[in-house]
Design a protein around this ligand. Sequence first.
Ligand code: NAD
Length: 437
Amino acid sequence: MRIAMIGAGYVGLVSGACFADFGHTVTCVDTHAGKIQALKQGEIPIYEPGLAELVASNVKAERLDFTTSLAEGVADADAVFIAVGTPSRRGDGHADLSYVYQAARDIAGAISRYTVVVTKSTVPVGTGDEVERIIRETRAEAEFAVVSNPEFLREGAAITDFKRPDRIVVGTEDERARQVMTELYRPLFLNQSPLLFTSRRTAELTKYAANAFLATKITFINEIADLCEQVGGNVQDVARGIGLDNRIGSKFLHAGPGYGGSCFPKDTLALMKTAQDYGAPVRIVETVVAVNDQRKRAMARKVTEALGGSVRGKTVGVLGLTFKPNTDDMRDAPSIAIITALQDGGAVIKAHDPEGIEQAKLVLDNVTYVDNPYHAAEGADALVIVTEWDAFRALDLKRIHGMMAQPVVIDLRNIYRPDEMESLGFRYSSIGRRTVA
Ligand code: NAD
């Protein structure tokens, strides 16, 4: 089948390359000329493991190409996916749907036969209705169906997630669209991924409910971690103790500095706003949002406490800047709030990240970026582990101890053990476990 993917970002590029790999013919369209230019030259504008190879092989097989011309991409497509950004709208926290609606208008002008328009972007309930209205208003005679097909992939594991999803959710009541979607995803349900058909509004809401639930799980264990610190418990043991219960499950029970990234913060906020608008507030999610917001700066206070109550004039080395490992994505990364709060307190920041430095430079000022973890530790009064990149899991701790001005480590991802840090002579604090003073 022929697919047009509107938006060649983390979701659009991965989905487009994966659909091409299944044998479909895909054109990725993006308004960002530099991005398309780079892709045409074989450069991948984002860091996602395995993506460069996947794109290259499918371009070579002539199943994947790139253009800035939406009309060109959409003309012969059986399905047009909208995978543009839906960031938080400045001021009120609702999802900004201007990119989605612009894409809908452009698509309306370009379709030439029955086309399934699929919203893959995360969009509030009712957006599909509006996309349909826009296309109808622009082209009264067009033959099309608007389907919701939210994406559940995770950055850092995006290709595997796309190719082996736990489920595929398709929201449509149009029988022809249902057949097209079934055909598009056939390779996946042959792999036994369930294809779940729902109404369009239900599919839209399912995505928000999933993200809000995961954000709640993280926030829950974070609060249990705080309690562990007060009562002398160990949050990792608690997490294991509850996670082995199949009704709870062990995933998303890693206590840390608070969730961040390009999805959870904006999606929890957007769900909260939608629910308020419909007079059915989601109070648990409202609390999750508030608790998580406060948590990031609380992490900076943890660093300050570890340094005896003030960071003024102190050098803090930061390991990890991206919101999670294996991505270069800095959107709403906890590191931003933590570093800014430390700078507000007068700290000097040195930071290292394996892939995120270029993106970090765009959002964090007055940081000295260094090219390896040891340079971040050198001469530092404290070393803070913010993102659990594999490269930080087996550091030469003796060497680090020897090169720091003070042997103080604040491990916001619990990747080391208090007893090993104690035996090496560090002052060590982590999340929801005993502090080594
Ligand atoms: P992104 O910012 O990386 O990519 C969006 C792309 O769309 C950009 O390259 C932009 O230039 C392009 N664009 C904007 N308007 C356009 C238009 N009219 N025509 C063509 N291109 C246009 O965003 P992303 O992270 O890929 O997210 C896209 C959507 O998918 C969002 O709604 C997001 O919530 C959702 N989502 C993201 C993830 C994730 O992990 N990133 C996971 C699941 C769902």
